[in-house]
Design a protein around this ligand. Structure first.
Ligand SMILES: [Zn+2]
Length: 392
């Protein structure tokens, strides 16, 4: 009799374990890694790939993800979005006016962001960027303000209200001084406040790699945005700044110690700025820098099966910029590795086309379609809770 009960219990346990482990979608995804090549279009990817590998079949890392779809990008008040409205749509699943950071100015309503929902489930969070870390794209996930320029208030919300575990990028000035244009500036210096709130504060690449044991890490590696990778050789002390790949690697190491997982945002912020400047060398080097961060993420998930099965990776640009096009090779022959394409641009501002979504992991099949930028929030939310995804 005793033996029979034990067998029945074991049988029940096996069924339960099977339900939990076989169906990744049923129990909620453990980690979400959201990567943004800001302002990047498909022709930017083509030009970078040709520079890296020439004409042929070899692909950038970001092109190797399982699912490919695309998204519409318009904001609430404009056919051509800015980064604030576009990223707020991902963060909250609603359309916003250009300039708003997960906050509706007209109603004063601040919907909960995907990072805040993840936190409620006991997950840790991280923001990594090559701009000031309080710039629009990272800001929307962990702050609510009416104006994207209120960067010191955004920083205050990161460290005092949202308790973001890993914050890495540029913007030392914002955390050290009171900005004139910012009427929400906090009178307390934010670096000091961060230390009081338990953050380890680091300012160089060396300090960063020595801080992997920190529970909460604030890394500010430039007074303003980080030095663009193509200019690092000519700028004093730029070698003390970590690359996007190095910051991503440290963020993963810290965040993965949480048994309940994490939400991590990684932004190649300056791809957009290269397109604003119509500068091909800048554009290609920033996309290659971003792609090295993608390699860090892919190597990390591929290292262990449970990581791969429980991590949703999304790579998506917020909007186009510059109207970059490839006119042909530079010269008569097909372009070889190391050679650049003959390019054209229409202007120095954002453009209104759809943008590509690369993704893999649980729920990514919902991203391999023609969707809206707000849909991405609802797919991530369904993934977090292990619920069936239904288009809103
Ligand atoms: Zn821009």
């Amino acid at each position: 009799m005793v033996k029979k009960v034990s067998l029945a219990k074991i049988f029940l346990l096996i069924i339960l374990i099977s339900i939990i482990f076989i169906s990744g979608e049923a129990r909620g995804v453990k980690n979400i890694i959201f990567m943004v090549p800001d302002g990047m279009t498909l022709s930017n990817v083509t030009a970078t790939r040709i520079y890296a590998f020439g004409i042929g079949q070899k692909r950038l890392y970001l092109e190797t993800l399982d699912q490919i779809g695309y998204q519409t990008t318009h904001s609430l008040n404009s056919m051509v979005t800015d980064s604030a409205a576009a990223a707020s749509a991902w963060a909250c699943g609603e359309k916003f006016n250009n300039g708003e950071i997960s906050y509706h100015s007209e109603t004063g309503v601040s919907p909960k962001t995907i990072l805040e929902l993840a936190r409620e489930l006991g997950k840790k969070s991280g923001l990594v960027a090559t701009s000031t870390i309080t710039h629009a794209t990272p800001a929307v996930f962990a702050a609510h303000v009416a104006n994207r320029n209120w960067q010191s208030e955004i920083g205050r919300q990161y460290i005092s209200e949202k308790d973001v575990n890993v914050i890495l990028g540029g913007g030392l000035n914002i955390f050290q001084t009171k900005m004139k244009s910012d009427k929400h500036s906090h009178p307390v210096e934010l670096i000091q406040q961060a230390k009081e709130n338990g953050y380890t504060v680091v300012l160089t690449k060396k300090e960063l790699v020595n801080s992997k044991k920190s529970a909460k890490l604030l890394g500010l590696f430039n007074r303003s945005a980080l030095t663009p990778s193509y200019r690092k050789g000519e700028v004093k002390n730029a070698d003390q700044e970590p690359s996007l790949a190095e910051m991503t690697s440290v963020a993963l190491e810290i965040l993965e110690r949480n048994p309940r997982g994490f939400f991590l945002l990684v932004e190649g912020s300056q791809i957009d700025w290269a397109n604003h400047a119509n500068n091909l060398e800048y554009q290609i080097s920033e996309i290659l820098e971003f792609d090295r961060a993608v390699k860090v993420v892919l190597d990390w998930v591929n290292q262990k099966k449970p990581r791969k099965e429980n991590t949703l990776i999304i790579i998506v640009s917020d909007h186009g910029c510059g109207g970059f096009a490839i006119k042909g090779p530079m010269g008569k022959t097909l372009t070889q590795p190391g050679q650049i394409v003959n390019e054209g641009w229409i202007w120095g501002s954002h453009t209104g086309e759809d943008t590509i979504i690369w993704s893999q992991g649980p729920y990514s099949r919902h991203l391999g379609k023609a969707i809206d930028n707000t849909d991405i929030f609802h797919i991530m939310k369904a993934a977090l809770y292990g619920k069936k995804y239904q288009k809103q």
